[in-house]
Design a protein around this ligand. Structure first.
Ligand SMILES: CC(C)(COP(=O)(O)OP(=O)(O)OC[C@H]1O[C@@H](n2cnc3c(N)ncnc32)[C@H](O)[C@@H]1OP(=O)(O)O)[C@@H](O)C(=O)NCCC(=O)NCCS
Length: 176
């Protein structure tokens, strides 16, 4: 299914486009505070962000990947992204998200994640999801728990650079 536009109370979640590259690079992919506890490494030039966007926009029709830009409803300001990707090893979708530092701790990610999960449950008929957060990144764990995820176990993750490893907490959501 094509990634749809989703409206929440304060946001419009919309598919990303290549035209978003400069905004995304300036607002969060170049920020070490945002990339510290995720698998991707800080983007050092806008070309890194373009490369990521080419991958995402190339998969906009995929039934296994749904990625949205998080925008403020009133202004259209793009400040983060997140979505669900089908995790072949787990056999369920995995939830992920990142937003620019200035917008942290205002409930935006929880609001977006709940809407994304509602879409997956109601439109994709999914009943189970997984998500991981770094042990040292409790804010992400708080988002998961506010969405109904339950801690399952600790696992080591390695960043996409293949070098840096960190301890994570794996969470699972089962919708009944
Ligand atoms: C993790 C992240 C997405 C959270 O987004 P957010 O919009 O700030 O999340 P919310 O405001 O919806 O919820 C954050 C919760 O964490 C809590 N929190 C923040 N810092 C915390 C800390 N140090 N310890 C415990 N809880 C913390 C907040 O109080 C809030 O919970 P509350 O609503 O119950 O008070 C954001 O910080 C981010 O983009 N970080 C960088 C990228 C990242 O880590 N992505 C996730 C990878 S798993």
């Amino acid at each position: 299914m094509k990634t749809p536009i989703i409206e929440t109370e304060r946001m419009i979640l919309r598919p990303l486009t290549l035209d978003d590259a400069n905004d995304i690079f300036e607002r969060w992919t170049s920020d070490d505070r945002v990339s510290k506890y995720v698998r991707w490494c800080t983007h050092t030039s806008v070309n890194d962000t373009i490369g990521w966007l080419e991958f995402e926009t190339g998969n906009i029709l995929s039934d296994k990947m749904y990625q949205w830009g998080f925008t403020i409803k009133d202004t259209g300001y793009l400040f983060g992204s997140g979505g669900i990707n089908y995790n072949e090893e787990e056999g369920v979708f995995e939830l992920g998200y990142n937003i620019m530092h200035k917008y942290w701790n205002q409930g935006y990610t929880t609001e977006a994640a709940k809407a994304i999960l509602d879409f997956a449950v109601n439109e994709l008929n999914q009943k189970e999801f997984v998500s991981w957060h770094a042990v040292d990144n409790p804010a992400s764990g708080a988002v998961m728990r506010k969405c109904g995820f339950i801690y399952e176990k600790n696992e080591i993750h390695t960043k996409f650079d293949g070098v840096t490893s960190y301890d994570t907490k794996k969470h699972r959501l089962v919708v009944r």
